[in-house]
Write a new protein. Structure first.
Length: 489
């Protein structure tokens, strides 16, 4: 893939462009409304959903508090089972490790299971620079790759594409990556799926190296778990001679009993299924069954920095179900690309700024990419209070303060462009703290309301360009109360 998230504009600028794309908005509206309606029905079948949700949050929190212990236990058990564990502090180190492992096999092609972690590190581009071609095998990821595109949804990366667009992408792009699309390919879903099956089958049978992520890692046995709906993951995990899995350290769960909770929460929240069609588990290597070599790359890349934030760390509970995207009114209108990250939507608005740090205007803008309606918290299967974290990160952007950056406690300076906002808030705070000043301000606003502008001047235009200023009443509540009930106390 030639495209990258690097250097993308801040969210408001990107969203202003994507929100004007009527086709994109129609595709997103149809897809997200369909998915969330199915999810609601699937969740309603369980009478103990709230208890499951609370248990999922509690286990994740306990694991994160003792993550050092569970990671060492995981490493010990993976190694005992015949696997090799590698530790990657950041994306660049993870890519170097994986590239070296593939080169050591002598292969120049790999097949990939859908993996958010490798999207986060930009692994495909790193492999391409090393002369290694990575083939995405998830249907939606295949569409994105053939279209020289970027994913825009956690669960359905090609959600922004209609089926006619997909047909054209297959016709134009498949031949460059392997088997061409069949002659006379239509946009019927069954025909598109068959074209993808034929294209990918030869890759599964030829590949000697597979690359995956994992949904969960069970510390007590060193077992990795991938859940999926198409079967491509099963092919990539079992047929190659070498399997390399790149997994964020937060995907650890302590025991099999804990795993049971998430295998109920995840499918209902993501695909609205009672259980995933394919749940693949592997523990190291097994003689004459599956890959002969297994490598696990444990990825930090900002996760321990996030863990140090007592408010923001709850983002590490995320099990990548995408339920928050499907109910978010901002995501529905702006689309996933506007977030400039493999993690779009509400979870991306809190996860990306923490993993990357407030490194550019893009990361600084993401905590503001929300209406704070709270729908994301209501559907989150592990009860991440996304609105609370958004407000916390907004304060960090505007006011600065202490944060952990690459393991070091650092004082972050306030982001540029918020001086006017800070001055306004401090002025408002002073007025609200002084009742007499507040009353005078209210009376002055009421008397001048007919000449007040409908749009704010100067820096305030950024706020009023997308909102109407509320109409100032002719009389404040205090004055109304004094006039109508002035004799009562």
């Amino acid at each position: 893939m030639s495209r990258t998230y690097l250097g993308m504009p801040a969210f408001p600028r990107a969203a202003a462009v994507s929100a004007r794309d009527s086709t994109l908005r129609a595709n997103l509206r149809h897809a997200t409304h369909t998915i969330r309606a199915k999810r609601a029905r699937a969740v309603a079948e369980l009478t103990d959903w709230d208890r499951l949700r609370a248990a999922g949050a509690a286990v994740k929190d306990r694991t994160l508090r003792h993550l050092d212990h569970y990671l060492l236990q995981l490493e010990e058990n993976v190694t005992r089972a015949g696997g090799t564990v590698h530790w990657a502090a950041d994306a660049a180190e993870a890519n170097r490790i994986v590239t070296a492992l593939v080169r050591a096999t002598g292969e120049r092609e790999v097949v990939k299971v859908k993996s958010m972690a490798t999207q986060e590190t930009g692994l495909n581009a790193a492999l391409e620079q090393a002369g290694i071609r990575a083939y995405e095998t998830d249907l939606a990821e295949l569409i994105v790759q053939l279209g020289d595109d970027l994913p825009s949804h956690i669960l359905v990366p090609a959600i922004h594409r209609g089926r006619t667009e997909i047909r054209d992408i297959f016709r134009d792009g498949m031949a460059d990556w392997g088997r061409p699309a069949p002659e006379g390919l239509t946009d019927r879903p069954a025909d598109l799926a068959e074209a993808a099956r034929l294209h990918l089958r030869e890759k599964f049978l030829r590949a000697r190296v597979g690359i995956s992520g994992a949904n969960f890692m069970v510390a007590e046995t060193g077992t990795l778990v991938v859940v999926e709906s198409e079967g491509n993951g099963r092919m990539c995990l079992t047929l190659p001679d070498t399997l390399i899995s790149v997994v964020g350290i937060e995907k650890t769960v302590p025991t099999w009993r804990d795993l049971e909770i998430y295998l109920q929460l995840l499918p209902r929240s993501s695909t609205a299924e009672r259980m995933n069609p394919y749940t693949s588990m592997w523990t190291g290597t097994t003689e004459e069954d599956g890959p002969r070599a297994f490598h696990l790359v444990l990825l930090d890349n900002g996760r321990t920095d996030t863990l140090a934030d007592q408010v923001g760390r709850q983002a590490l509970r995320c099990i990548r179900c995408s339920a928050c995207l499907n109910v978010c009114p901002v995501y529905e209108r702006a689309g996933g690309h506007a977030y400039g990250s493999p993690y779009p939507g509400p979870i991306g608005a809190i996860l990306t700024p923490q993993l990357r740090g407030l490194a550019s205007p893009l990361e600084e803008s993401l905590p503001f990419a929300s209406s704070l309606c709270g729908a994301c918290y209501e559907v989150c299967p592990v009860a991440i209070d996304i609105p609370d974290v958004l407000v916390h990160l907004r304060e960090r952007v505007v006011e600065g303060g202490e944060a952990t950056v690459r393991g070091t406690r650092t004082v972050i300076k306030p982001a540029k462009g918020h001086a006017f906002e800070r001055a306004m808030m401090r002025s408002a705070g002073w007025v609200l703290d002084h009742p007499a000043a507040l009353r005078r301000a209210q009376r002055l606003a009421a008397r001048t309301r007919r000449i007040q502008p409908r749009r704010l001047p100067g820096p305030g235009r950024a706020w009023s360009d997308t909102r109407e200023l509320p109409e100032v009443p002719a009389e404040s509540f205090r004055d109304w109360w004094d006039r109508t009930r002035g004799g009562d106390t």
